[in-house]
Design a protein around this ligand. Structure first.
Ligand code: ADP
Length: 614
């Protein structure tokens, strides 16, 4: 029993000790990555590789993961001494930083990492990125290494060149010496082998001035394929995209480029390596390793990081149409069309124009409706005014008849006298002439009475013209003078010395005056004596003409001063109560005003003011 328990305890201890070992091995991998690239700090292509890697790590890591990065600058520096110094530097710097995976970007970097690993990071898996297929074969990495290979074919670059120059006969290859090339070193043999029907010119490893001169003098049916220039041949180093910018400025033909980061430096595009994809693929392998997978279980493979991408602005420069590009090509830096550029402004503008158009249509309709209403109301006013004038005419008919009788009577008398004179033996022809002229004068007087009557009874549409208010006033007073004397009213008219030019309808304005005067006569009808009406015209401040009709009647009760203008307000037995309301409507239609007051000395006074014509 005791033995058995002890044996069981031993077994449990063994299981406890052994089984977690493998688990621990999986779990204990430090969640930190050291990325070593071969370029100088912030070389755009390598920086993009790193960005892709870091973005993928942040997005997909299950636990916080630290990413360190070092640029080894192997393009400009090299040799045993430099390598040893670098190694010592890294050793010192990362002494206390356990690393879960080392990422080598570029074949040169991978080569060093493999050499340093036993000393710096024994047991740490290595992930590589941006290693060309042939470099991978040459380095033949051991099993703790996994990564993504890249493959960019020279034939693809030629294909892109044919797309941008359809009658391509020559390609000029511009770049650093083949040995210095990282990814495109393998093209050397392909270029040497040549391509049927294509003249290949190598401007490789030449000093910058020579390069610039030669790219400016290429034949019309040629294209440039740029692989990257790092130095000008005089010991000056460039980032290869800067060198491309110089070359592009001078080049007389389009430049096909094999890397995405050359697109905005003057390259027209081509089948380009997309660095972020390379970084992303490396990150995926790193995360699998940090999560416990063994590198030997993750096979190295070619990453799909080559895409046909073209620069729209360069396409415009070299007159390359979109249709001639390889199928599935992406176009970058496209200048947005006017509509794309100003979409919201255009939409706002169109909306504003539409709203404005609607508003204008609405206002036009309103105006039309108002016009129609105005015309309608004027018609009604004319009709009502006509009725009112007929009533006035009826009221005045007895005195008008009297007025007509007078000239007719004298015409008759004169005619009889003339007859008698003519019957005499020696007729006095001079006297007859005088009598005839009297007859003519009386006839004119009678016809003037009829003319006035007709004008009062005329059914006329509202019509304005420039008139002299003094004359209108005079005519109205003449018209009423007989009526005034018949009704025992003293009649006075004081017109302003200057003409009162207003825009108005003379018949209607005369009607206003008639209504006011007839009302005054009515108001004084019960007075035994002292019936007086005074008409006045004057200019008020140079802008308006004012007409006043005052009487010596009883006046208007103060609380009724406003009501008198209301339709159907009347205090008369036979009154209709529309005279003043029509007067007010006519005055308002002339943009004028009318109001009533009581005079301090007794009697009412009505004023109407009308704007003077400009
Ligand atoms: P109607 O003459 O048919 O009554 P109006 O509209 O011309 O209609 O006049 C309305 C009323 O205003 C009159 O009934 C009268 O009471 C008053 N009125 C008008 N003019 C005068 C005036 N000069 N003096 C006193 N009252 C007046």
């Amino acid at each position: 029993m005791d033995k058995a328990i002890r044996l069981l305890g031993l077994i449990i201890l063994l299981v406890a000790l052994l089984s977690p070992i493998s688990l621990q091995a999986q779990e204990m991998r430090p969640r930190s990555v050291l990325v070593l690239d071969q370029s100088d700090r912030r070389g755009p292509f390598y920086y993009q590789v790193f960005s892709g890697l870091r973005a993928a790590v942040s997005a997909h890591a299950h636990a916080p993961t630290t990413v360190y990065t070092e640029s080894l600058d192997l393009n400009r520096f090299g040799g045993k001494q430099y390598e040893d110094d670098l190694r010592r530097f890294l050793e010192a710097k990362y002494r206390d930083r356990p690393i879960g995976a080392v990422v080598a970007v570029g074949a040169a970097s991978l080569e060093l990492v493999l050499r340093w690993r036993p000393q710096l990071w024994p047991d740490t898996p290595v992930v590589f990125a941006l290693v060309e297929e042939s470099d991978f074969a040459r380095l033949n990495p051991p099993s703790y290494v996994t990564g993504g290979k890249v493959s960019v074919k020279f034939s693809d670059a030629v294909k892109a060149a044919r797309a941008v120059v359809p009658d391509l006969a020559t390609v000029a290859i511009v770049g650093a010496e083949w040995e210095r090339q990282v990814v495109f070193r393998g093209w050397k043999d392909q270029v040497a082998a040549g391509i049927e029907g294509l003249n290949i010119v190598e401007i490789v490893g030449r000093p910058m001035p020579e390069v610039l001169a030669r790219v400016a003098a290429l034949p019309r049916d040629s294209a440039i394929i740029y692989t990257g220039v790092y130095a000008d041949g005089n010991g000056n180093y460039y980032p290869p995209s800067d060198a491309l910018a110089f070359i592009s400025e001078k080049a007389n033909r389009p430049i096909v480029v094999p890397a995405e980061t050359f697109l905005d430096a003057g390259g027209i595009g081509g089948f380009v390596l997309v660095p972020t994809v390379i970084g992303y693929e490396a990150a995926k392998r790193v995360l699998r390793i940090l999560d416990g997978e063994k590198p030997e279980n993750i096979a190295s493979s070619i990453v799909d990081a080559v895409k046909p991408i073209f620069n729209w602005q360069q396409m415009q420069r070299w007159n390359v149409s979109e249709s001639s590009l390889p199928a599935g090509s992406e176009i970058r830096f496209r200048e947005p069309s006017f509509f794309e550029k100003y979409r919201w402004r255009a939409v706002a503008l169109v909306a504003a124009i539409l709203i404005q158009a609607l508003l204008i249509a609405f206002l036009l309709r309103e105006r039309h409706m108002r016009r129609t209403a105005e015309v309608e109301s004027r018609k009604r006013l004319s009709e009502l005014a006509h009725v009112n004038r007929q009533a006035t005419a009826g009221e005045l008919s007895s005195s008008i008849a009297h007025e007509l009788n007078q000239p007719l009577g004298s015409i008759l008398t004169n005619a009889e006298s003339a007859e008698m004179i003519l019957r005499s033996t020696a007729p006095d022809l001079d006297e007859v002439k005088e009598i005839i002229s009297d007859i003519k004068r009386d006839d004119l007087r009678a016809s003037e009475v009829i003319r006035r009557m007709r004008s009062l009874l005329k059914r006329v549409p509202f019509e304005t013209k420039e008139i002299d208010l003094n004359q209108t006033m005079r005519e109205a007073f003449d018209f009423l003078s007989l009526q005034a004397s018949a009704r025992n009213v003293a009649f006075y008219l004081q017109t302003s010395p200057e003409a009162l030019r207003v825009k108005g309808d003379p018949v209607q304005l005369q009607q206003v005056i008639l209504n006011l005067v007839v009302n005054s006569m009515d108001a004084m009808a019960k007075m035994p004596y002292g019936r007086t009406i005074i008409g006045r015209t004057e200019v008020n401040g140079g802008a308006s003409a004012v007409v006043s009709i005052s009487d010596s009647g009883p006046g208007i009760p103060p609380d009724r001063l406003i009501d008198v203008f209301d339709p159907f307000f009347t205090t008369k037995e036979q009154g209709m109560g529309i005279g003043l309301s029509i007067a007010r409507t006519i005055v308002l239609a002339h943009n004028g005003q009318i109001w009533a007051e009581n005079q301090s000395g007794g009697g009412a006074v009505f004023h109407l003011s009308l704007p003077l014509a400009a």
